[in-house]
Design a protein around this ligand. Structure first.
Ligand code: SER
Length: 592
């Protein structure tokens, strides 16, 4: 089966069972929930899983691109990728476990023709709050799973949730590979490679409203997500996703250009996989309907890291990065263009942006590598293994090395980056440029009387509204507040149209009228950043930070102060929109 046939088989299977194909959503977070990327097919469906009626009914399906980048460094093996396609299907308060388990087995054994002795499944073992899911275990056995291949596992393995929102116990399906069991207790929970997860049926019955608070939903949903590439890999190869048809073109281009064979040598194989994966993900992000571009913050920074890491691996293979255009064109023309329409329409944009970023980095890469080599020579002389903050910051600032790249280079050669020292330097630098840019601290607040506090909350609303209206790439670049007005600088490459200004103003006023609570939590910076909270200069903040949330529309690292509820603000009016500096626009606004 090819990837195109597999997508079709999935959608046909569900359409025959009354599901409607809801199509593909953007890969970039919607700017309101603070999530950077779409990590699962269910993400755009959150409101419907929480109870809102979906216009297309109670049975839905699709094939949705997903991005998971918390593990970029593990790309290089046979099953990790930063982009993957999730084949999804949903019951919104309609059918539940009986149909779900029956159809899953039918798909696995009849449609994909996987031998039953190769299949394993896991079921939630229960805890003090939620009972053991014996019903699903029983139904799995009834559908045809072999009893010895059904495992009960705890919450860390069999519970699906994001930071907030719909969640519940899940039941995963695994392909059993030829790898020997690692021990007598080898289960699908081991990461030894014997069991590879290919699909997940989540029984979503709860809403996670805070870190440890769950409330029961009115309706019981099923959220099903299966990995297209992994299934393809087991249908056609020994489980290596890079040997499937989605990567075939890319691998053969890379083999030809490098004169090396895939799987001949471990390091070469890893570099080939890294380039193929990172360029594929970059192409999907650049060609997404929201057209992410590389930058130094948030999602744009991840894209920058992916491209720059691919550039370095091209060096390792001794090939010119000119090959990236060829790879990108191959993904667009031969693999994804027909399914992801926007990608096809924006081919030129994708190739241009990719080339721009490569050129930018290549200008400094050679010098940076030389600098790095000099550095390790010096360390050897000093008998040290630690790269200090000055050195790593210089590589970042002068040579454009993402810190993760320096860490990777260091690791390969047996050195360690003192990451705290890097962060310290980064912070110093940002404080300096921030002071220079705004002449003020504390979120641009000169003093914090009542009216200034209101304007301060309004800057968070404006920031969130601009992300919705203009796109998730909008980030705060500065702000200044007096008792007369607020000024807000943000990244944006164009003059706002009247319509954009109006929409932004309307959205802020809607949120003011909605009377949304403004709350804060104190948490570690790491946790705050992982939760997707927006912040202006990541490194400026101490280890413990305050995260201010306005309902679920805004989440920012911020010292405050803020009003308690948005209804305390007056009617919001944009007075002026103008250029501030290159790529930065400025809005002046007041309450009228
Ligand atoms: N949300 C579940 C997952 O990502 C199934 O769709 O695994």
């Amino acid at each position: 089966m090819t990837s195109k046939e597999l997508r079709k088989a999935w959608l046909d299977f569900y359409k025959e069972r009354g599901h409607v194909d809801i199509g593909v959503a953007s890969l970039i977070g919607d700017g309101t929930t603070g999530v950077m990327f779409n990590v699962a097919g269910m993400q755009p469906l959150m409101p419907y899983l929480l109870g809102k009626e979906h216009p297309l009914g109670k049975r839905l399906c699709n094939v949705q691109g997903c991005i998971r980048t918390n593990d970029i460094e593990s790309v290089g093996d046979s099953s990790h990728t930063t982009f993957f396609e999730m084949m999804g299907s949903w019951s919104l308060g309609d059918y539940f476990k009986e149909e779900r388990t029956k159809w899953s087995f039918e798909l696995l054994t009849k449609v994909f023709e996987m031998p039953v002795e190769r299949l394993a499944t896991t079921v939630f073992e229960g805890n003090e709050s939620v009972p053991r899911d014996t019903e699903t275990a029983m139904l799995r056995e009834k559908s045809g799973f072999l009893p010895q291949n059904i495992f009960f596992l705890p919450k860390e393995d069999n519970w699906w949730e994001l930071d907030r929102g719909p969640c519940g116990p899940d039941s995963e399906m695994f392909y059993i590979t030829d790898k020997e069991a690692c021990c007598n207790n080898c289960t699908p929970a081991c990461d030894c490679g014997r069991y590879v997860e290919i699909g997940n049926d989540v029984f979503m019955q709860y809403d996670r409203i805070s870190d440890d608070k769950y409330v029961l939903l009115d309706k019981k949903n099923v959220d099903t997500g299966w990995g297209l590439e992994r299934i393809l890999a087991f249908l056609n190869t020994d489980g290596d996703v890079y040997l499937t048809d989605v990567f075939a073109g890319a691998i053969s281009i890379l083999e030809e250009k490098s004169g090396k064979k895939y799987k001949e040598d471990e390091n070469v194989t890893a570099s080939i996989r890294i380039i193929a994966d990172h360029i594929r993900t970059s192409v999907m992000l650049l060609g997404d309907e929201k057209h992410l571009v590389p930058s130094n913050v948030g999602a744009g920074y991840i894209l920058r890291r992916l491209i720059r890491r691919a550039v370095r691996h091209a060096r390792k293979l001794n090939i010119s990065t000119e090959v990236f255009s060829e790879l990108a064109a191959n993904f667009i023309d031969n693999v994804y263009g027909d399914f992801y329409n926007e990608l096809k329409n924006s081919k030129e944009f994708v190739l241009n942006e990719l080339n721009k970023e490569i050129t930018k980095f290549e200008k400094t890469l050679n010098l940076g590598i030389k600098e790095f080599d000099k550095l390790v020579k010096r360390l050897d002389e000093e008998n040290s293994k630690i790269i200090d903050g000055n050195a790593s910051f210089r590589l970042y600032d002068t040579y454009g090395f993402p810190i993760e790249l320096t860490e990777e280079l260091a690791k390969e050669k047996g050195y360690i980056v003192d990451i705290d020292a890097f962060n310290e330097k980064f912070k110093e630098h940002q404080e300096k440029s921030r002071t220079a840019a705004t002449g003020t601290f504390k979120g641009g607040l000169e003093s914090s009387g009542e009216i200034e506090t209101k304007y301060h909350t309004a800057t968070h609303l404006l920031n969130a509204a601009l992300k919705v209206v203009i796109g998730p790439d909008v980030h705060q670049r500065g702000s200044n507040i007096t008792s007369e007005r607020m000024r807000f600088d943000f990244s944006c490459d164009h003059k706002l149209t009247d319509e954009e200004k109006q929409k932004t103003e309307d959205l802020v006023n809607k949120w003011i009228q909605d009377g949304i609570d403004v709350t804060f939590e104190v948490m570690s910076k790491d946790k705050a950043l992982k939760s997707g909270a927006e912040c202006m200069f990541i490194e400026k903040y101490p280890d413990e930070v305050k995260v201010y949330s306005i309902g679920d529309i805004s989440k920012e690292l911020c010292g405050g102060p803020h009003v308690k509820n948005t209804n305390e603000l007056g009617h919001f009016k944009i007075v002026k929109e103008e250029a501030s500096s290159a790529g930065v626009r400025r809005i002046k606004a007041c309450f009228d």
